[in-house]
Design a binder for this molecule. Structure first.
Ligand code: GDP
Ligand code: IMO
Ligand code: MG
Length: 421
C-alpha cells in the first residue's frame, strides 16, 4: 500500500495532470481533494488531449476517481465533463464525497461582482465561484453534495440563504433576481444525475488503505496560491500545500508515504499579484510561446519568468516534499543562457525566504545564477544521462540547492516523454 501526494510548487499549471496520469498506472484510487473547476489539468496520450477541471486525472488510466470533501463542486460542469469523457470512450469511475460543498449560481455571480468592484485591485480569479463558495463553507452557509439528493432539505437551506445573497447582489448593484424555485429544480436535477456517485468517500478511502490499495492524491493550483502561504490576497481560497490533502481527502497524515512536488523548469502565473522573476522581455515571450503558456481554464496568457528557488525552498519546507518532478525542461531548449533566482534583494539586504507582506514581495529583486543553455534535446531520451550536459547541470543545481531528490524529469507533454531517475 502506498499513498502518494502530488502537489504544485509554484503558481499552478506545473504539469500536475501529466505527472498524475503517469503515476496513475500504479494507483487504485486518484483523489482530487481541494479546489474546483478553477483547475485545468492536461493529459496527453498519443494524439488525444484531455483537459480536466474536476474529474481526477487518473480516470484516463481507468482508475477510480474520488472528489473529496475539500473540493468545491460545480455540478453542471462535472456532468458536462462526465458526458464529454463518455463520448470519447472513457466512462469515468467516480465517487463524490457527500460533504463536498456545491458551487451555486450566486457564487459565480458574486465572484464576478467582487472582481468588478475591486477594479485595479482585483485578484484576477477564474470567476468560477470558488472564493464565494469557500467563504460560505466556513461561514456555515454551504450547500453540500448530500443536500442535492434531498429536495426538502435543499429547499429549506435555500429559503434561508437566497434572501441573504439577494441583499448582497443588491449592494453590488447587480441587476439579477435570484429565483429560488428555478435554482431548487435545477440543483435537485443535478442531484438526481449524480446521486449514485455520492457516498461517504473517506470511509471508502480508509478501507482501501487498510486493504493495501494504492492511492494518489492529486493537488490542484500551487503552493504560491495557498490561502495562508501564498501571495495573499492574490491566492485561491483553499489550502494547496500538502497539509490540505489529508483534510480534503479525509485520511490521516500518517498514511502519506511520498510527497511529490511538481516544478516547472521556469515560472508561470495567471491572474494578478507579484511574480518576482517575471520576464517582460523577449525571453518571457519565448517561454510563453514555446511553452504554450495560455490558461487551460480561462485561456488567459500566463506570465512567465525564470525559475525561482526562493519559492521552491518555501514550497519544499511547508509541504515536506520528498521528491521533485521537473516538467517542461524541453521548453528551455535553444536558449543561449538560462537563469535561476537563488535569493531576493529586499531593502538592500539579500534574503532567502518569501516575505509575508505583499508590498515587500513587490519590492523583491531577484538575484540570479546564470547557466549556459543547451541545444534541442532528444525527445526520445529515456535516462538522465541522455539529456544535454548543460541541462544536467541545471537539474543538479536545483537538486543540490533544495536538498530534495529529483525523481522525474518531463521533456514533453506526452506520457512517454518522461524520464524516471
Ligand atoms: P496542471 O494544471 O499543473 O495540470 O498543468 P496544465 O495542464 O494547466 O499546464 C501544463 C501544460 O504543459 C499542459 O498543456 C501540458 O500538456 C504541458 N506539459 C506538461 N508537461 C510538459 C513537458 O514536460 N513539456 C512540454 N513541452 N509540455 C508539457
Ligand atoms: P491548476 O490546478 C493556475 C489562480 C487564478 C487567480 C487565483 C484565484 O490548473 O494549476 P480563483 O478562481 O481560484 O479564486 O482564482 O488563482 N488559479 C490558478 N492559476 N492554475 C490553477 O489551477 C489555478 N486555479 C486558480 O488565476 O490568480
Ligand atoms: Mg492548469
Amino acid at each position: 500500500m502506498t499513498v502518494t501526494l502530488v502537489i504544485g510548487t509554484q503558481w499552478g499549471d506545473e504539469g500536475k495532470g501529466k505527472v498524475v496520469d503517469y503515476f496513475s498506472k500504479d494507483a487504485d484510487y486518484v483523489v482530487r481533494y481541494h479546489g474546483g473547476n478553477n483547475a485545468g489539468h492536461t493529459i496527453k496520450v498519443g494524439d488525444e488531449v484531455y483537459k480536466l477541471h474536476l474529474i481526477p486525472s487518473g480516470v484516463i488510466q481507468g482508475k477510480t476517481g474520488i472528489i473529496g470533501s475539500g473540493v468545491v463542486l460545480d455540478p453542471e460542469i462535472l456532468i458536462n465533463e462526465i458526458n464529454e469523457l463518455t463520448k470519447r470512450g472513457i466512462k469515468p469511475k467516480l465517487l463524490i464525497s457527500d460533504r463536498t460543498n456545491i458551487i451555486m449560481p450566486y457564487h459565480k455571480i458574486l465572484d464576478g461582482a467582487e472582481e468588478k468592484y475591486l477594479g485595479d485591485k482585483k485578484i484576477g480569479t477564474t470567476k468560477r465561484g470558488i472564493g464565494p463558495c469557500y467563504s460560505d463553507k466556513v461561514a456555515r452557509k454551504g450547500i453540500r453534495a448530500i443536500d442535492l439528493t434531498d429536495k426538502k432539505t435543499l429547499n429549506k437551506k435555500l429559503d434561508h440563504i437566497i434572501p441573504i445573497k439577494q441583499k448582497i447582489l443588491d449592494v453590488y448593484k447587480i441587476d439579477k433576481k435570484l429565483d429560488k424555485k428555478e435554482i431548487l429544480d435545477a440543483y435537485s436535477k443535478y442531484g438526481e444525475k449524480l446521486k449514485d456517485f455520492i457516498i461517504t468517500t473517506h470511509v471508502e478511502l480508509n478501507k482501501a488503505i487498510k486493504n493495501g490499495k494504492n492511492i494518489l492524491l492529486e493537488g490542484a493550483q500551487g503552493t504560491m496560491l495557498d490561502v495562508d502561504y501564498g501571495t495573499y490576497p492574490y491566492t485561491t481560497s483553499s489550502h494547496t500545500i500538502a497539509g490540505g490533502s489529508t483534510i480534503g481527502a479525509g485520511i490521516g497524515p500518517k498514511y502519506i508515504d511520498e510527497i511529490i512536488g511538481i516544478v516547472k523548469a521556469y515560472t508561470t502565473r495567471v491572474g494578478e499579484g507579484p511574480l518576482p522573476t517575471e520576464l517582460l522581455d523577449k525571453d518571457g515571450e519565448y517561454l510563453q510561446q514555446k511553452g504554450h503558456e495560455f490558461g487551460t481554464t480561462t485561456s488567459r496568457p500566463r506570465r512567465c519568468g525564470w525559475l525561482d528557488l526562493v519559492v521552491l525552498r518555501h514550497a519544499c519546507m511547508i509541504s515536506g516534499i520528498t521528491k521533485l518532478a521537473i516538467t517542461k525542461l524541453d521548453v528551455l531548449d535553444s536558449l543561449k543562457q538560462v537563469k535561476i533566482c537563488t535569493h531576493y534583494q529586499l531593502n538592500g539586504k539579500k534574503i532567502d525566504y518569501f516575505p509575508a507582506n505583499i508590498e515587500d514581495v513587490k519590492q523583491c529583486k531577484p538575484i540570479y545564477k546564470e547557466f549556459k543553455g543547451w541545444d534541442e534535446m532528444d525527445k526520445n531520451s529515456s535516462k538522465f544521462s541522455d539529456l544535454p550536459k548543460e541541462a544536467q547541470e541545471y537539474l543538479n543545481f536545483i537538486e543540490k540547492e533544495l536538498q530534495v531528490p529529483i525523481a522525474v524529469v518531463s521533456i514533453g507533454p506526452g506520457r512517454r516523454e518522461t524520464i524516471e531517475i
